[in-house]
Design a protein around this ligand. Structure first.
Ligand SMILES: [Fe+2]
Length: 251
């Protein structure tokens, strides 16, 4: 399904792609409380990147640890593993023409199966899992492909309205070939009833953009008696790019 969505997109052909202002959320969305103070109050300035910001660093596989792409085990005691539904998350990082982007550093972080983050400011009562740290990383291969193993995170409540819950999600950071090329987004899970209720998701105008942030169950890639698989492609640029939180309209 994810593949169909992407192949249905019109290919980008020009050298310059104008931002689609309907596609990206507005900076000021008061039902998402923190956007009120975070959105710009003044006209935007455009700053050019410096050479060092756009030429480095270049990431290589030598920076990765053996278990960096295995969140089930990378924080667990020897012989133990994280609690929760075991999943494989995989997909491709694509450019605006649907071509794979090799060598991109992907970092991901998430709550545990109970919806709890390992973070000192976390206030949710769900318990920590002693065998789950909640973050990992990998680098895309020659075709832009990536994969990692983890447990399916739980939804969690957050102090926005009186009773708001985040749908289950995994945060992603994508590094290109420079410090200025960092994009951050979130992946949701197909079929989660909390997706349409979420105030953050509600900042997105186009239902297709929401479905592009939603990983699809791929039974063909599951490991029988081990893990289900979810497929999530990330499109870096172009009129139908994945929505990135740090590149919202007006931010
Ligand atoms: Fe989160």
């Amino acid at each position: 399904m994810s593949e169909n969505r992407l192949s249905n997109r019109k290919p980008e052909t020009g050298a310059f792609f104008q931002r689609d202002r309907e596609w990206h959320p507005q900076g000021y969305t008061p039902w998402y409380k923190t956007s009120v103070l975070r959105s710009p109050q003044k006209a935007l300035l455009s700053l050019d990147n410096t050479i060092s910001e756009i030429t480095g660093p270049v990431f290589g596989h030598n920076i990765l640890g053996e278990l960096d792409h295995d969140l089930i085990h990378n924080f667990a005691k020897p012989g133990e593993s994280a609690i929760g539904p075991r999943i494989i998350v995989y997909g491709r990082v694509l450019d605006e023409r649907g071509k794979g982007v090799p060598g991109a550093l992907l970092e991901f972080w998430q709550a545990n199966a109970g919806g709890r983050y390992r973070h000192k400011k976390e206030g949710y009562i769900a318990p920590l899992d002693p065998n789950f740290g909640g973050c990992g990383r990998t680098i895309t291969d020659e075709d832009g492909g990536y994969a990692f193993r983890t447990i399916q995170p739980g939804p969690y409540p957050w102090p926005n309205g009186p009773n708001d819950w985040r749908p289950a999600h995994i945060h992603f950071s994508v590094f290109g070939h420079g410090f200025a090329q960092r994009l951050i987004t979130q992946m949701y899970f197909e079929g989660d009833p909390l997706i349409p209720l979420c105030p953050i998701v509600k900042t997105i105008n186009d239902p297709v953009a929401i479905s592009d942030l939603t990983a699809v169950l791929d039974m063909g890639a599951t490991k029988p008696m081990d893990s289900r698989a979810y497929k999530f492609d990330i499109v870096l640029r172009g009129r139908r790019s994945t929505l990135f939180e740090n590149r919202m309209e007006g931010n």
